[in-house]
Write a protein that binds this ligand. Structure first.
Ligand code: MLT
Ligand code: ZN
Length: 460
């Protein structure tokens, strides 16, 4: 350890695993955005709350910035360390600490993968319902720091709804034990909810007590081919009315094109402008008959022109793959990503306006729309044309974001629905939050993290 600050850290916390290996710095200094060159000072892997506290106290004394690091599956640069920060990886704090069948809560360390939380809940006959494609790699601490959403928000809400208790090490190194699993707690400001979605700028989640729920009845997955956006919203309203929805997601033909090129099975002979993947309760024959009646009604109205329904878990997984495989299929193209939201009712008008602007200004762009349309949350990925210089592409994408910001403002939407602000959307925070709001956020940060060591440069 040549850096004296790190020697001091090793001296203070002899059990702490620290690395300055270039491979580790490269690997742990970046997230899925791949836009910044990682340049952390070192990576530290604490294995206890006391060690996290020790690292934060050392960081305050030494004036070293700390980047909390989970599975680094984020898409907004929230876990990037490109300025000599210490990356504090929660990988070693990945255990289930307890389960209470009366409270129906699972207490976990922050570095546990979301999928492991699902499995732990399932083994106890219960469900942790937040779910999305990165489930195998992302960690619950990161899910909490970003208030992760995903594919089942329409039924279960965001991560926020499932956090019954949180232990947090603040930017000053204090440990907070927030809400302690209480269902009711009217004792003033609920600081737990400040931490959820704070993107590591206030402190580090070191333990979480998660609420669990009863698993839903057996479900079915339906894929629908939809000829127009207006029809899609009618299908959505009808589905909400007739079915008990678990998920209602959409993607365009361009998205399907990329997933198919990535090895998925073509679902229909013909191509169609839009596709819906929806999952709903199908506990008995009556529920299945309702689903069929819903499909036939939509077909009769001309809102849907083709469809497929799962009759086995394998078929359900194959249909889901068409939606969940999109991100992976686009990754080799290094897409310029946007994750926006508008009110559900505003989706068709917003999309039409935005697509018109894009077609007029950048007809050569491959624009891929997909996402959680049942939540008004749209992912807009722009792919670089092969013959376009990267610097020119980046400049044009910045312009796309400006157009997006203006269009969102007209529709009262948000520049980030579920991926967070991080580094990627920071320049546009002021388009969705007022000056007073941002001043309040800065004030809160100054209290929790007076020396500004917690994930500086992100969000604010
Ligand atoms: C998704 O919904 O698939 C994720 O938010 C990831 C993405 O936007 O690429
Ligand atoms: Zn998403």
């Amino acid at each position: 350890m040549t850096d004296p600050r790190l020697s001091e850290l090793a001296h203070l916390l002899p059990e702490l695993k620290i690395s300055t290996d270039p491979g580790d710095l490269e690997h742990h200094g970046r997230d899925w955005t791949r836009r910044w060159t990682p340049e952390p000072l070192a990576i530290a892997w604490p294995s206890s709350i006391e060690e996290v506290q020790g690292v934060v106290r050392w960081a305050n004394a030494q004036g070293v910035a700390v980047v909390p690091s989970g599975g680094r599956t984020g898409l907004s640069g929230g876990a990037v360390a490109a300025n000599g920060e210490l990356v504090l990886s929660l990988d070693r704090m990945n255990r289930v600490l307890g389960f209470d069948p009366i409270d129906r809560t699972l207490t976990v360390q922050p570095g546990i993968a979301l999928e492991a939380v699902h499995n732990a809940a399932r083994e106890r006959g219960l469900l942790y319902p937040v779910d999305f494609a990165a489930r195998g790699s992302c960690q619950i601490g990161g899910n909490i720091a970003t208030n992760a959403g995903g594919i089942r928000v329409i039924r279960y809400g965001n991560t926020r709804q499932w956090i019954a208790g949180l232990k947090v090490v603040t930017g000053t190194g204090d440990v907070l034990d927030l809400n302690r699993g209480l269902v009711k707690n009217a004792s003033g400001y609920d600081l737990r909810h400040l931490v959820i979605g704070s993107e590591g700028t206030l402190g580090i989640v070191v333990e979480a007590t998660l609420s669990l729920t009863s698993p839903p009845p057996p479900s079915q997955v339906m894929l629908l081919a939809v000829p127009a956006m207006d029809a899609l919203m009618k299908v959505f309203a009808e589905a909400r009315h007739r079915l008990r929805l678990e998920a209602f997601e959409f993607f365009t033909d361009r998205a399907l094109h990329h997933v198919l090129a990535h090895g998925a099975q073509r679902p229909f002979d013909e191509t169609h402008p839009f596709y819906v993947v929806t999952e709903f309760d199908a506990a008995d024959e009556r529920a299945e008959a309702d689903a069929l009646a819903f499909f036939e009604f939509c077909l009769g109205e001309g809102w849907v022109v083709d469809g497929a329904i799962s009759s086995s878990e394998g078929q359900a997984a194959a249909l889901w793959r068409l939606r969940e495989g999109i991100t992976e299929s686009l990754a080799p193209h290094k897409p310029y990503k946007n994750d926006v939201s508008v009110r559900i009712s505003a989706v068709p008008a917003f999309m039409a306006e935005m697509q018109d602007l894009l077609s007029a200004e950048y007809p050569h762009f491959d624009v891929v729309w997909f996402g959680h349309i049942g939540d008004g949350n749209l992912h807009i990925n722009v792919l670089k044309p092969a013959d376009l210089d990267n610097a020119v592409f980046v400049g044009q994408c910045e312009h796309v974001t400006s157009m997006l910001v203006e269009t969102l403002a007209r529709h009262g939407g948000s520049i980030s629905a579920e991926h967070g602000i991080g580094l990627v959307k920071k320049p546009w925070l002021g388009s969705v939050r007022s000056e007073v709001e941002i001043a309040l956020m800065r004030g809160i940060k100054a209290v929790w993290d007076p020396n500004g060591i917690m994930n500086p440069g992100k969000l604010l």
